[in-house]
Design a protein around this ligand. Structure first.
Ligand code: ADP
Ligand code: MG
Length: 831
């Protein structure tokens, strides 16, 4: 079976590898060199199965089944060689034994180098470095902890200190900010602590893993040692077996065979050991990789730690700064406190000094006050005595005071008298001034009122309007007479649109002056049907001047009731054909006479003229009704009659000033004149002619009087007619007169309208007379109305009285009344 056998040169024991090489090359080795020192390719592995010897496989050795097959195929001649050499195995210096010893030595070397390699790897891979790092980190950590504790202690200390010192101080806010900052830093430090502890944990884990790796390596080493021991044991057994085989030479062939078989087993065990070795190397490479990663992690941990250290350093610096600030603040506070204490002390010393001084002053005062107290006690006793005698003193004082008060009252009363006298004088002066003012403005005013066109005017050209007005001047009236425009200027012109109230407003100033003691005459002049009665009496729904005047008088009198007591009496009369008749009397047809007062005062009065005292508007209405009734019963054709007679409403206002006793009397004469139309044309005869003559005479006389008064003539022809004679008092002196010229606007009445307006203009345009006249007239003052009575006497209402001058309250002092002489001169109304 064995093709060739070669005997071993004992001087040079061939290695297994060398044997393989020989087998492979197919070339016989003349001499066996000592096996080469352990190389990775021929390194024995401890994990070789019992009774087997495996050949190591180098890195350069091609792997795979081919190789194995190569081994098996190429191994055969080597085995044959071994068998050939098996004769020498039994001896102590046999090549087989040498081979095994070399193998064992190789394995031992391998084990040592493996152990060295492991230790080197350990040192290389940094197992100890990790530990060192861990230890360093732990030391660092401990140091940081200590620093932290120190910082906390300092912080606590700082917190404790400024808390009391800085209460309410100006730095407390800054301290609070610093505290906040500190707490933030603490938080960050706590976070860092957490991170450190995590790192520690990681390091711990790595350390544990390293320990594990070490443990495993130790196990491997132990296994190796066991294998070695086992192999050496087997070697010994083999030696023993060889020895026993030598002793039994016959079955040597069998032994050789067994050895051959065992040699192949050993080879297999060797290859297994090599495989395991390979596996272990791979594991080691893996561990290296792991260690590398751990190194990287450690590096990052280092970086993190460095960052954390930098942060901690920063926080420490911050803390240091805050601490420094706090210390500075505390120092400044301490200084402030010391300064304040010093100042307070200095102040207290000064105050103490002052208090001491005060005390000394008080002591001296006390010493001086004692005698003062004694004198005060004496004074008090004296006062007590005085108080006892006080009632008597009081009585005396009261007596003297009463006397003084009586004297003062007398003085006051005399002063009062004086004041009253002055007041009266002032009142007279005021009235004089007022009179002067009125005189300057003109006592006689002439206004025109144009009635609207009525149904009675008819229709056609005769009823057309012939009167126009100036829109810019309410004192101008234009009349178109027979195609010729004629213009007139009066004091005021009322168009048909003017209401009763408008007209009344123009006259109401005159009416109220009656309350102040003036005599007033208001005449309505114009042709029949021009609106005289409408203006004076009006209608029940729209009353005229008469009723409105009385209403105004009532309201004015009521307003003054607290200071003045007034009585208002009313008389109504009619002048027809120069005969005067009482419209309120029991016998209206009785003719009344106008007479001079028997007291020689030159005043006129109408004996038998009824006077009604009125107190309300109702009274007035009753009076008017009564007057109308009288007129109606007397004449069957009232309208016609009324247009041929003058109707007079005479209102007398008598007043007494309650405080001064001053008396005033004013007379308001409201006259609705007879129609001014000319009757000559119509050829009137008999009674109509007589009426016309009388009317003409009386109206002419009125024109003359007004003209004379307005021109301030010395002679005023009052006696030319009953009307002017009756109104003499109310037309002269500082009396006021208003003539309302009523105008019909229609074409057919333009002739009468023209004459009426001419009359009005003539009356109005009379020039003022010479200055002496004015002075003479100006001397007529209202003094004649002023009478002094010490006590206020409320006048008794008179149901019916005779208005005889000089009797009762209507009397006037004759000494100051100017006698007016009637004159026969009269100017006729233009016809
Ligand atoms: P006189 O008294 O002048 O004869 P009246 O006063 O009797 O005239 O008036 C004649 C008519 O004209 C009456 O019917 C009257 O109502 C009317 N009348 C007069 N004036 C006005 C006026 N301003 N507004 C309205 N109607 C008027
Ligand atoms: Mg009339």
């Amino acid at each position: 079976m064995v093709p060739s056998r070669r005997t071993w040169n004992l001087g040079a024991t061939p290695s297994l590898l060398g044997l393989w090489r020989v087998g492979r090359a197919g070339e016989p080795q003349p001499a066996m060199a000592r096996p080469a020192p352990a190389s990775p390719a021929a390194r024995p592995f401890p994990h070789t199965g019992p009774g087997r010897l495996r050949t190591g496989r180098g890195k350069d050795t091609p792997a795979g089944g081919d190789e194995d097959s190569g081994v098996h195929s190429a191994g055969r001649p080597a085995l044959a060689q071994c068998r050939a050499l098996s004769v020498d195995w039994a001896g102590p210096g046999s090549p087989h034994r040498l081979y095994l010893t070399v193998q064992v030595e190789n394995l031992k070397e391998k084990l040592i180098s493996q152990a060295q390699e492991v230790s080197r790897l350990r040192s290389e891979l940094g197992g100890t470095d990790l530990e060192k790092h861990r230890d360093l980190l732990m030391v660092e950590n401990e140091r940081l902890r200590q620093e932290m504790r120190r910082c906390e202690a300092e912080l606590q200390e700082l917190r404790g200190k400024p808390g009391a010192a800085c209460t309410g101080c100006e730095h407390s806010q800054e301290s609070a900010q610093l505290r906040d900052k500190l707490s933030q830093l603490q938080l960050e430090v706590a976070e860092n602590k957490g991170m450190l502890s995590e790192l520690n944990l990681e390091v711990q884990q790595k350390t544990d893993r390293l320990a594990e790796v070490e443990l495993r390596l130790k196990d491997c080493l132990a296994e190796k040692a066991q294998e070695e021991e086992r192999l050496s044991r087997r070697l010994r057994d083999s030696h023993e077996t060889i020895a026993s085989l030598r002793a039994q030479s016959p079955p040597i062939k069998y032994v050789i065979k067994t050895v051959e078989v065992e040699s192949s087993k050993t080879k297999q065990a060797l290859s297994e050991s090599q495989a395991r070795n390979q596996h272990l190397q791979e594991q080691v490479a893996m561990q290296r990789q792991v260690l590398k990663e751990m190194e990287q992690q450690l590096q990052s941990s280092h970086q993190l730690t460095a960052q954390l250290r930098a942060q901690i350093a920063m926080y420490e610096a911050e803390l240091e700064r805050a601490h420094g600030q706090m210390l500075e603040e505390m120092q400044s506070l301490e200084e402030d406190k010391n300064r304040a204490i010093e100042e307070a002390f200095a102040r207290a010393q000064v105050e103490m000094k002052a208090v001491h001084e005060n005390l000394a002053g008080v002591r001296t005062n006390l010493l001086t006050l004692q005698p003062a107290l004694r004198t005060l006690t004496n004074d008090y006793n004296g006062l007590k005595r005085q108080v006892r005698g006080f009632p008597l003193l009081l009585q005396e004082a009261l007596k003297s005071v009463k006397a003084e008060i009586g004297q003062a009252i007398e003085e006051v009363s005399s002063n009062n008298q004086e004041l009253l006298r002055k007041y009266r004088r002032e009142l007279q002066l005021r009235k004089k001034c007022h009179n002067e003012l009125v005189r300057l403005k003109g006592n006689i005013r002439v206004i025109a009122r144009v009635r609207p066109v009525t149904k009675e005017d008819g229709e056609g050209p005769e009823a057309t309007n012939a009167v126009t007005f100036d829109p810019d001047d309410d004192s101008i009236i234009h009349l178109l007479h027979k195609g010729k425009p004629v213009s007139f200027e009066l004091d005021k012109v009322f168009s048909p649109r003017a209401s009763q109230q408008d007209v009344f407003q123009e006259v109401q100033a005159l009416i109220t002056s009656c309350i102040d003691g003036f005599n007033v005459c208001i005449f309505a002049y114009g042709q029949t049907g021009a609106g005289k009665t409408y203006t004076m009496e009006g209608t029940p729904e729209n009353p005229g001047i008469n009723q409105r005047a009385l209403q105004l008088l009532f309201s004015e009198v009521q307003e003054k009731a607290s200071d003045w007591a007034y009585t208002i009496t009313v008389s109504a009369a009619e002048i027809y054909n120069e005969a005067l008749r009482d419209l309120l009397g029991q016998e209206p047809q009785e003719k009344l006479e106008i007479r001079l007062c028997p007291d020689g005062s030159g005043q006129l009065y109408v004996p038998g003229l009824t006077e009604f005292q009125v107190q309300s508007v109702d009274d007035i209405n009753k009076v008017f009704e009564f007057g109308h009734t009288n007129r109606t019963t007397e004449f069957t054709n009232l309208n016609e009659h009324s247009s041929r007679s003058h109707a007079l409403l005479i209102v007398t206002v008598r007043g007494v000033d309650c405080s001064t006793g001053l008396r005033t009397t004013g007379k308001l004469n409201l006259v609705d004149l007879a129609g001014s139309e000319r009757v000559g044309k119509s050829g009137a005869e008999g009674s109509r002619l007589r009426e016309a003559q009388h009317i003409n005479k009386s109206l002419s006389a009125l024109g003359d009087v007004i003209a004379a008064l307005r021109s301030r003539q010395g002679h005023v022809p009052f006696r030319n007619s009953k009307l002017t004679y009756l109104l003499q008092d109310s037309l002269s002196g500082d009396s006021k007169t208003l003539m309302v010229v009523q105008v019909s606007p229609v074409e057919k009445n333009t002739s009468e309208t023209l004459y009426s307006l001419k009359f009005a203009e003539r009356v109005r345009s009379v020039e003022l007379g010479p200055g002496s006249r004015r002075a003479e007239l100006g001397s007529w003052s209202s003094q004649e109305h002023l009478e002094w009575e010490p006590a206020c006497q409320t006048p008794q209402p008179a149901a019916r009285a005779h208005s005889a001058p000089g009797s009762g309250s209507t009397s006037r002092p004759g000494s100051i009344r100017r006698k007016l002489q009637p004159s026969g001169k009269s100017r006729p109304v233009p016809v």
